[in-house]
Ligand binder design. Sequence first.
Ligand SMILES: NC(=O)c1ccc[n+]([C@@H]2O[C@H](COP(=O)([O-])OP(=O)(O)OC[C@H]3O[C@@H](n4cnc5c(N)ncnc54)[C@H](OP(=O)(O)O)[C@@H]3O)[C@@H](O)[C@H]2O)c1
Length: 297
Amino acid sequence: MNITIVGPGAIGSLWAIKLLQAGHNVSLWSRTTYNSIDLSLDGQASLSFSNNNIEKLSASDLVIVTVKAWQVEEATTPLLQYLDPDTILMFMHNGMGAVDEIATQIDAHPIVLATTTQAAFKPDRNSVSHTGAGQTQLGAFNQAGKKCTFLVDVLNHALPNVSWNPEIHTALWTKLAINCAINPLTGLEQIKNGELSEPRFGNTLTAIIEELTQVMQAEGISCSFDELETNVNKVIQATAKNNSSMKQDMFYQRRTEIDFITGFLIETAHKHQIDVPVNQTLLTQVKEQESSWKKQD
Ligand SMILES: NC(=O)c1ccc[n+]([C@@H]2O[C@H](COP(=O)([O-])OP(=O)(O)OC[C@H]3O[C@@H](n4cnc5c(N)ncnc54)[C@H](OP(=O)(O)O)[C@@H]3O)[C@@H](O)[C@H]2O)c1
């Protein structure tokens, strides 16, 4: 397939290399002005990708957008003029609501949402480390996206495990719930995920999960407090030594994805007239820190 990766950061570079190695024609679309970008995975020989090539973009069968949630609109909309309506758009980021914001502009395309637990890190512009193997779930955002189940084979061949989830909305909410529980607290406290199992966080985590359960149930997502709590605790244990992305973003004073994680939860809660004071406080605290830094792009 002809594939363009928009936003070749950590996760985008990982997929770019894996899809190229699987035999696809892969090009990049970045914020840089280079015509080509070399990328090396885990110290292997560098691979060269063309960058910001409009012809290759226009010829794409699949465009995978791997920017952060708050960058989706700015990264995607200028490219639409070059794309055929048949080009599949796949969005792979944490958080929810970013694709909804541009839904009317992109609805002519088949749209696929992806959520992944693969982990990657980019120590410098030309290197990427695959720091953790994980699962990737794909699902349709619109009617035309439902015809894209074949993408499971394409992606799975490049970087397993990939599966199709007809209930991707539920999978995204489940991931959002885990992010709401882990990210703001680890960011504000500057602690590793595992430290959340300390008793001092017990009440706050319980309150976050209670609020999440109410909102998710109001959204029609089948879940219980016990299920969510078990899930959150499992992830805290399994990723005990990890630094959450929000912890890292706040450490480096980079804009976080809080608006599309806790912010999305709060927006949905308001829609259902549900009070979520604990999540609201976390959002306010993270936003206060963000606004105390110099303006980020
Ligand atoms: N990294 C992981 O292990 C991981 C795992 C699971 C999910 N995720 C999620 O995946 C998403 C991406 O994460 P990441 O860690 O890969 O972030 P990242 O390293 O910051 O990558 C984002 C990339 O998008 C580029 N970009 C931003 N705006 C753009 C634009 N307008 N046009 C083209 N490119 C643009 C950025 O360019 P600059 O370099 O110029 O900033 C950067 O290279 C996030 O939602 C994250 O939460 C990440």
